[in-house]
Design a protein around this ligand. Sequence first.
Ligand code: ZN
Length: 94
Amino acid sequence: MDLFGSLLLVILLIVLTYYFWHALIESATQSSRTVALLEEIRDLLKQQAESAQEKDKKEITESEGGETCPGCGATVLATHMECPDCGLTLRTDE
Ligand SMILES: [Zn+2]
């Protein structure tokens, strides 16, 4: 192998190494972006679930203006004819 050939080989190796590192760094950056995005989505879902739970709690406290089922102790609305939990008849139409 002459000098020109080995020089060409060295340049080729440098270029290949450059592309290798470039691709490696780029993929690392992309995956960290994906992780950040996933964390963001997870946080959003968490917030949504928490706000939904708070809403449910609020609905229960609002319905405390109703009654407590004598059969099972569940909170029932004044509009309920029977307990949605145990099916006990709370009132009859008159
Ligand atoms: Zn009940």
